[in-house]
Design a protein around this ligand. Structure first.
Ligand SMILES: [Fe+2]
Length: 203
């Protein structure tokens, strides 16, 4: 229903938070070094198996887990004898897919920038979006990491507007389709929307 936020079943609460997010690595040792030395996380667990428990696939693996300040985890799988991962079909995927991690303040984001640079890594930022303040860098597996802090707590209090934006975005996409792929309608929509309200503008 537009403007409301209903869980899948009336009595089922939304998940409480992140348990873990999992990516693949081709070098577990480099991954452990990065997440402990650069990211300051604790290497809390390693699991291995000759097959994937959920699917039965015969992919031997080492599964490593790194813990953050709120006890949530970042996890990696390394399997053996795999070809290199396929490249993205468009650079947009490599820009937009990322893992954003909370830090406490703008000053802390700035401290992270200095720290990550001192570890010899390239950093993009700081970038001040309308509602958050961020810096970006990559882990050894190519995961794009963002360290960020929320500047405007209203960022997460605009659900009705978000539903309205979704509806008009859908209409703008239909116009692009009608116009044979000419995306001017979409560009006009973004410009008009950002002229109306700055909260929610991000990358
Ligand atoms: Fe982000």
């Amino acid at each position: 229903m537009q403007g409301t936020h209903q869980p899948p079943q009336a009595r089922l609460a939304a998940p409480a938070g992140l348990h873990h997010v999992a990516y693949m690595t081709q070098d577990s040792a480099a991954t452990v070094d990065f997440y402990t030395r650069v990211m300051g996380m604790k290497f809390v667990a390693a699991v291995s198996n000759n097959e994937v428990p959920s699917t039965g696939d015969p992919f031997p693996y080492l599964h490593t887990f790194f813990q953050m300040g709120d006890s949530s985890l970042i996890a990696f799988f390394e399997s053996v004898g795999l070809p290199a991962p396929a490249k993205s079909s468009h650079p947009a995927y490599d820009v937009f897919n990322h893992l954003a991690l909370n830090v406490s303040s703008k000053a802390e984001v700035d401290r992270w920038i200095q720290h990550v640079k001192s570890c010899g890594l390239e950093v993009v930022g700081p970038v001040e979006h309308a509602v958050i303040y961020s810096a970006y860098f990559h882990d050894p597996s190519g995961v794009r990491i963002e360290v960020t802090t929320t500047l405007d707590p209203e960022f997460v209090n605009q659900s009705e507007q978000a539903y309205a934006d979704l509806a008009s975005w859908q209409k703008a996409k239909e116009a692009v389709r009608r116009d044979g792929g000419d995306n001017r309608a979409l560009l006009d929509w973004v410009n008009a929307r950002n002229g109306q309200h700055k909260v929610g503008r991000s990358h």
